[in-house]
Design a protein around this ligand. Structure first.
Ligand code: COA
Length: 319
């Protein structure tokens, strides 16, 4: 059986790190409120010259180095983002050019915070179908550029960053992507969206969210889709070594783990340092835990995310 194996991971953050205290100098909020409601303490904010594509390229370079392969060996780039450098062309092609890859397949996936899970399923399907051999799968965002900095209910929640993995198709490995499950329910557009776009307002718009309703849906959807992905791989929550979740809110992470009867120590948490980096958050958390030595080769991982649309998904991976 042909499977997609993670050869390496990488990530990148903007240089500027902003604390809750610093934010509260310009936004009517407090460190206490943000920590208590979300678990967030810091976020990184892109500065001049830092864009979604530059962060994505840095994360991709780190993943390629960890994988021990040259950029020229990549034949597919799937990049998940809701904050592309340009409306078109795809940010994936900017990364391709920056990495000096003369020819490959390169495109973006738009599924907001679950974009990385969507990108993983697309790349995995192409690899298993023989349409690609080595893929860069990237989640990269500069949400700071679509936040309404007057809206304290949203602007304190998000940050910028990028994460990447290198996938390789191998015949009959023990490890690799074992299953993926994706969902969308477009009826919930009004709960989490951007109030602009090229075809409507000709502006990029700002993030709008009904936080409480999103929270409610997130816990149910994430627990359900993790159960589905595990069942598809013939496994249960008891087999899981690490959950690598979308980092939106520490309370969502706790509630979801409880629903699946998973020990909180098995959940990788980076929301305190990165805040919600949308499509970047899962690969950023994955790379963090690989580099700090928690995630080891052979461990069973469940990746999960939910975002605007709503869209949500999970992947079961033997690392
Ligand atoms: N600082 C201080 N007070 C704030 C604030 C901030 N940054 N943001 C909102 N508030 C206030 C509100 O104005 C409200 O005040 P009021 O009661 O006087 O009207 C109060 O805090 C409670 O607001 P509410 O929105 O009901 O809080 P909450 O407990 O639901 O927490 C979220 C808000 C956003 C933290 C929470 O709903 C959440 O995390 N939702 C999920 C969001 C998410 O994960 N989205 C991404 C999915 S991809």
């Amino acid at each position: 059986m042909r499977r997609s194996v993670i050869l390496g991971t990488g990530s990148a953050l903007p240089a500027r790190r902003v604390s809750n205290a610093e934010l509260s100098e310009t936004v009517d909020t407090s460190d206490e409120w943000i920590v208590e409601r979300t678990g967030i303490r810091f976020r990184h904010i892109a500065g001049e010259g830092e864009t979604t594509s530059t962060l994505a390229t840095d994360a991709a370079r780190a993943a390629l180095a960890a994988a021990g392969i040259d950029a020229g060996a990549i034949d597919l780039i799937v990049l998940a983002t809701a904050t592309p450098d340009q409306t078109f062309p795809a940010t994936a092609t900017l990364v391709q050019a920056a990495l000096g890859i003369p020819d490959c397949v390169a495109f973006d996936v738009a599924a907001v915070c679950s974009g990385f899970l969507y990108a993983v399923q697309v790349a995995d399907s192409m690899i298993r179908a023989g349409a690609a051999n080595r893929a860069l799968v990237i989640g990269a965002e500069t949400f700071s550029r679509i936040l309404d900095w007057q809206d304290r209910a949203t602007c304190v929640l998000f940050g910028d960053g990028a994460g990447a993995i290198v996938l390789e198709g191998q015949a009959g490995p023990e490890n690799g992507i074992l299953s993926t499950r994706l969902h969308a329910d477009g009826r919930h557009n009004g709960l989490l969206y951007v109030d602009g776009g090229p075809s409507t307002t000709q502006t990029v718009g700002h993030v709008r969210m009904k936080g409480r309703e999103v929270f409610r849906h997130a816990v149910v959807n994430l627990a359900t889709v993790m159960g589905e992905a595990l069942a598809a791989a013939g496994l249960t929550a008891a087999d899981v070594d690490w959950v690598v979740p979308h980092q939106a809110n520490a309370r969502i992470l706790d509630a979801t783990a409880r629903k699946l009867d998973l020990a909180p120590e098995k959940v990788i948490v980076t929301v305190d340092r990165h805040a919600n980096t949308s499509a970047a958050s899962v690969p950023l958390a994955l790379d963090t835990a690989v580099r700090d030595g928690r995630i080891q080769r052979g461990d069973l991982l469940v990746l999960e995310a939910m975002g605007g649309g709503f869209t949500w998904g999970a992947a079961v991976v033997r690392y």
